[in-house]
Design a protein around this ligand. Structure first.
Ligand code: GUN
Length: 290
């Protein structure tokens, strides 16, 4: 069994980006700039945005965080997005999800200029992705593809079973893994909360990608010998032995699955850091596109 080391891979990519930025700036070019909007006080969202800002600093990007109280109106938020759309110094813009109930996420995503949508969530970019056209790929799916590529994992003709159908992970991944490309060219099955007898599918999988947000859901007896297992879950579970008061748990029961898998991602240190670095790759691309 081989650990798919997302932390090491992401550090390597960050060094490459930092070098490119250094050369670009030394040649008189503009430093890439990522703007992030964070609404409310959700602990996990604050951590994610903080990690994104830290990564920006590591690779030499400028970053700006726009924080708003949970009570901000949809109109005010859209006004802010339009202002950032018009700011030529900003290359990429992300609005951290989820948003408070009273705000329509689709309306917010639609307001982002597709050429600055480094999350790849705008319908224009989702459409391009689905057609296999060049665009910003959503960070988590993109990070998973990079990790599979890094380890030279064969995907053509394989059966990829994805558990979870979110717009951020499951559905874009299903599209990308079915495209005639590498990594991809798979037969893809999407399982979700209404799927009956999920283990009927997972037991047939060459590649399992778990993205449902249920700690330890995938157990060893659901997995075929030699399967590649990618764990997207990062649920906070209360743990008084930790300084933070919680630990992160994946969707895969690592102990029982690792002994059967050929490759497996750890949590933490697997998909999480690959997601962040993919956002950096997209932001560099946005800056180059100008
Ligand atoms: N919430 C969970 N994942 C993401 C992500 O990749 N981007 C944004 N903007 N919000 C998220």
């Amino acid at each position: 069994m081989v650990i798919l080391d997302g932390k090491a891979t992401s550090e390597k990519i960050k060094l490459e980006i930092a070098q490119l930025v250094k050369e670009k700036v030394a040649a008189g070019g503009k430093r890439p700039h990522l703007a992030a909007i964070l609404v409310g006080n959700d602990g996990a969202s604050q951590t994610y945005v903080g990690n994104k800002e830290r990564a920006c600093a590591q690779v030499g990007f400028n970053s700006t965080l726009h924080r708003f109280p949970a009570e901000i109106s949809q109109e005010e938020l859209i006004k802010k997005i339009q202002e950032i759309n018009g700011n030529d110094d900003v290359d990429g813009l992300i609005v951290q999800l989820p948003l408070p109930e009273h705000i329509d996420e689709d309306a917010i995503i639609n307001a982002i200029d597709p050429s600055k949508d480094v999350d790849g969530f705008h319908p224009v970019n989702v459409g391009k992705m689905t057609l296999g056209l060049p665009t910003f790929l959503p960070a988590t799916p993109y990070g998973i593809l990079r990790l599979l590529d890094e380890y030279g994992i064969e995907t053509s003709g394989k059966h990829c079973v994805i558990i979870g159908r979110s717009n951020i992970v499951g559905r874009p991944l299903a599209n990308l893994m079915s495209l005639k490309d590498y990594p991809g060219d798979c037969t893809v099955t999407i399982c979700h909360s209404r799927t009956k007898n999920i283990d009927n599918y997972t037991k047939q999988a060459d590649i399992i990608i778990a993205a449902l947000g249920s700690p330890g859901f995938v157990k060893g007896d659901m997995v075929r010998e030699g399967a590649v297992v990618v764990d997207v879950g990062i649920t906070r579970v209360a743990d008084t032995s930790k300084k933070s008061g919680y630990r992160l748990e994946g969707d895969v029961d690592f102990e029982s699955v690792a002994s059967k898998a050929s490759y497996i991602t750890p949590v933490p240190g697997g998909v999480g850091p690959m997601t962040i670095v993919s956002l950096m790759v997209n932001t560099l691309k946005a800056a180059e596109g100008k």
